[in-house]
Design a protein. Structure first.
Length: 131
């Protein structure tokens, strides 16, 4: 037979930006479906589209905690789980405080680092009680 060669053309799209989900082992959420801040253990990245099953490894991210008095505390968190410093601060928060996660560095399956800016991928929890 003859060697037959067909040409194919594929359209390649960029992956959409992932969303941030709060890791909660207890599964306890408020009436709006948001986990209680003290019961979270960190964050993860995920895609809302069911076609993508990508395991992102979070290298680091920034955390901005604003307490109910308006004082702002900034932290750099290494890995997906809260550092002891962030956990200690979160335990002292009162109703009206906010926790913002942004500037997430994550490794994707092809081992390339990607930067997720606060304008694209970020998440915020408003602290409400009682706990």
């Amino acid at each position: 037979g003859r060697n037959f060669r067909k040409e194919y053309e594929y359209q390649i799209r960029r992956l959409p930006w992932p969303s941030v989900r709060w890791l909660t082992e207890s599964g306890v959420y408020n009436s709006h479906g948001i986990p209680f801040a003290r019961l979270t253990s960190g964050i993860e990245l995920y895609h809302t589209m069911v076609d993508f099953d990508i395991d992102y490894r979070i290298d680091s991210f920034k955390v901005r905690i604003t307490d109910s008095s308006g004082n702002v505390f900034n932290y750099i968190n290494m890995g997906p789980l809260w550092t002891e410093e962030v956990k200690t601060k979160m335990r002292s928060l009162k109703t009206g405080s906010r926790i913002l996660v942004y500037d997430i560095y994550a490794t994707i399956p092809n081992s390339r680092r990607r930067f997720y800016s606060s304008g694209i991928t970020s998440a915020e929890i408003f602290v409400s009680g009682p706990w």
